[in-house]
Design a protein around this ligand. Sequence first.
Ligand code: SUD
Ligand code: ADP
Length: 287
Amino acid sequence: MNVLKIYEKAPAKINLMLDVLHKRNDGFHEVEMIMTMVDLADRLEFSELPRDTIFISSQAGYIPLDEKNLAFQAARLIKERYDVRSGVHIHLDKKIPVAAGLAGGSSDAAATLRGLNRLWRLNIPDQELQELGAELGSDVPFCITGGTALATGRGEKLTPIPNPPQCWVILAKPPINVSTADVYGRFRSDKIVRHPSAAKMEEAIRNQSFAEVCGQMGNVLEDVTLKLYPEVLHLKEAMIKLGADGVLMSGSGPTVFGLVSKESKVARIYNGLRGFCKEVYAVRMLT
Ligand SMILES: C[C@@](CO)(OP(=O)(O)O)[C@H](O)COP(=O)(O)OP(=O)(O)OC[C@H]1O[C@@H](n2ccc(N)nc2=O)[C@H](O)[C@@H]1O
Ligand SMILES: Nc1ncnc2c1ncn2[C@@H]1O[C@H](COP(=O)(O)OP(=O)(O)O)[C@@H](O)[C@H]1O
């Protein structure tokens, strides 16, 4: 019997700017972020199963494969909501570092919603997939369509904007685990001296000015994570010293990324970081 197999790519996201406005009554924080995707991706393979069950496997030994996996949760949600009685085996080829501020789990969840929509021929429009995704996590709706977007609300309200000018993105993840909930929990808006501006970043992108984009980068969550984990601050300083054009922590951290326009600089920065940080990636922006 021929088993139907389909594939989805789940790219990592970076936050070019991230501002937190205030804490809401539901415990989430109201944010303003400009997010885009980079060419560092997990790959998901979906195969039909004869039994009505969800089975997750992965080459990565460090992620949960049960109902704690966001891909499992996405598959369960779509099955329940659309009354699907078929089973699926999802194999996750993990490439995105976990709990890194790069939305690896959220992107896997989004890829699962897209993939199962195709596998089971459900014809769910993207907007409905995004609404489903919001039930799984604040970053999942953005990961459904990707591209570049202004995200507001708790991150689920999206306005697409043009892609930033193409460049290299060097990502470095120190060997620490950062909890997003913990970072938001410690955030104090009255301590923030300079808020990054979504409007100015959007304008820089619309102008296709790489220098302006670098100048508008900012993430108020650095105020929490850099104090809690000085190694993230050191990584940032090292990337600046090595010559990256714009350097910022992504999301709640701990990954730090540097934007670099000149290819000739990439190897030097990459090798300089590899001297003291094991997880370093040099990729292109996904445009
Ligand atoms: C900080 C960001 C920036 O893109 O990314 P990561 O660092 O996780 O990649 C996101 O806001 C993270 O989104 P996501 O990782 O999907 O978070 P969720 O699962 O929805 O929420 C995890 C926890 O973070 C807190 N949370 C999340 C989003 C938000 N706008 N306000 C919050 O206070 C809540 O305590 C929540 O229980
Ligand atoms: N498919 C998945 N890939 C990665 N992590 C997952 C996945 N499913 C659940 N998780 C759990 O989600 C948490 C956050 O992972 P991740 O999405 O990589 O972080 P972040 O939101 O910081 O980018 C981790 O504790 C991890 O164990």
